[in-house]
Design a protein around this ligand. Structure first.
Ligand code: HEM
Ligand code: HEM
Length: 225
């Protein structure tokens, strides 16, 4: 099982994720239509790119947007979860060693102490995000079984990774479960809401262009709308 998960299934998971997201990126931008969207994307590239960049980086800064500031507790939980969700897969020692053995290169490796801290922080924040969906009526009415499924797919690699890390019960069992859940997450990225890992940048860029060009971005110029 371990050989299968770290061999052929690993290559399938990583290829499905990367090729799938490339296709979704192309489809996203090909699906834009300046007449329907009423945004002159190509006519004003400078204002458009400025707006796109602004929208991406402001949303990546804690409390950088009005959206984040109106929901301070949600924003805190969001950033505490996402810092681990982005940094752990890339910089955890277990992962960089695995990547090194597979593809011959890896990125910077974080200390075990920091990895443990980010893991606990991510799991704690995710529990808060799940409770928020159950407790707040305005979020509950918008939540479907599918949303809980996505939360499960996102949380499973963290919990199983922790079980392996702290050697709760059988180390081999939890490591295999962890690798399986990690690969399930990678495969689910192009086909589910998890596509936001990449498409966040596409949709923020598009909305940023809209604001940068049309909604006040080019105020004071002679743009005809
Ligand atoms: C491609 C599949 C993956 C493989 C082969 C893999 C491999 C590993 C290994 C070898 C460990 C170390 C276990 C130990 O301490 O002995 C680990 C831990 C961990 N992994 Fe993964 N992993 C994968 C995917 C993921 C993903 C996608 C995530 C998160 C989104 C993730 C999050 C974690 C976490 C949170 C830990 C525990 C860190 C700690 O408590 O310090 N892994 N993984
Ligand atoms: C560069 C990478 C990423 C970016 C920019 C990003 C951005 C976002 C944004 C903007 C939201 C919506 C927050 C809202 O409801 O207002 C979100 C939600 C979410 N993200 Fe990510 N994300 C990234 C990576 C990840 C990864 C790697 C995972 C999983 C391991 C993940 C799991 C989730 C989950 C589960 C939610 C839903 C939370 C909830 O509904 O309560 N994200 N993300």
């Amino acid at each position: 099982m371990h050989e299968f998960l770290t061999g052929i299934f690993f290559w399938i998971a990583i290829s499905v994720c990367l090729v799938g997201m490339l296709v979704r990126f192309v489809l996203y931008f090909r699906g834009l239509n300046w007449q329907l969207d009423r945004v002159a994307y190509k006519a004003h590239p400078k204002a458009g790119l400025k707006g796109a960049w602004r929208s991406i980086y402001k949303w990546l800064i804690p409390y950088g947007t009005y959206g984040w500031r109106t929901q301070p507790a949600m924003a805190a939980a969001f950033f505490c979860f996402h810092i681990g969700a982005v940094c752990l897969p890339l910089f955890l020692a277990g992962h960089t060693m695995f990547l090194e053995s597979k593809v011959g290169f890896s990125l910077f490796t974080m200390s075990q102490g920091l990895a443990d801290f980010l893991t606990w922080l991510a799991v704690g924040s995710m529990v808060f995000l799940i409770l928020r969906r159950i407790v707040l009526p305005e979020v509950r009415i918008m939540t479907t079984v599918y949303d809980y499924f996505i939360l499960f797919i996102a949380l499973a690699p963290f919990v199983s990774g922790m079980m392996a890390r702290y050697q709760v019960g059988s180390y081999e069992f939890w490591l295999n479960m962890h690798i399986f859940f990690g690969e399930l997450l990678l495969i689910s990225i192009p086909f589910t809401k998890m596509s936001h890992v990449f498409l966040f940048f596409a949709s923020r860029a598009q909305l940023g262009m809209d604001f940068g060009i049309k909604r006040g971005g080019m105020k004071g110029t002679k743009m005809a709308w």
